[in-house]
Design a protein around this ligand. Structure first.
Ligand code: FES
Length: 154
């Protein structure tokens, strides 16, 4: 079954495992929703958001969970988790290394952005990406924009 892990390294993490995937409206009058087992570790804000998600999923599907554009780290990580559960999380830059001058991994910059570093300046300060030739800046900007903006479900 599907298992997903999201994390901000050395900080917050969550794992979601799809235990049962049947959405069955024919079982008497009871609609069964997909069953997710979710565990998490981190700050109170993140754990509260995970608790809200778990409560929601008792009577709904993850596709109906409403995300918002709050840019606080716990919300950014929650959005990554929910979009991953929906099979919709897809960074715009797919190569392993995003900054070739400094050999900085895409994952490292993603991790920094999820932690709340949502500008080129703060990504440069935390990851050393984009601070030499600058040719990776467009890719870094698109990565930051994706984590900041794209997640509000309709
Ligand atoms: S490729 Fe990132 S600064 Fe040159």
């Amino acid at each position: 079954m599907q298992k997903i892990r999201v994390e901000i390294q050395n900080r917050d993490w969550a794992e979601a495992e799809l235990l049962q995937n049947n959405l069955d409206s024919s079982a008497g009058n009871t609609i069964k929703f997909p069953v997710w087992h979710i565990k998490a570790y981190g700050c109170l804000s993140f754990l509260n958001k995970i608790a809200e998600l778990k409560e929601f999923l008792k009577n709904n599907t993850v596709e109906n969970f409403k995300l918002n554009d709050d840019q606080e780290h716990s919300n950014l990580l929650l959005k990554k988790l929910v979009l991953s559960m929906q099979s919709k999380y897809q960074l715009p830059y797919l190569e392993d290394e995003i900054c070739h001058c400094r050999h900085i991994k895409t994952h490292t910059c993603e991790n920094s952005a999820l932690a709340g570093n949502l500008s080129l300046k703060s990504i440069g300060a935390t990851c050393s990406a984009g601070i030499t030739c600058g040719s990776c800046k467009p890719d870094l900007e698109s990565l930051i924009d994706y984590i900041k903006n794209n997640h509000a479900t309709k």
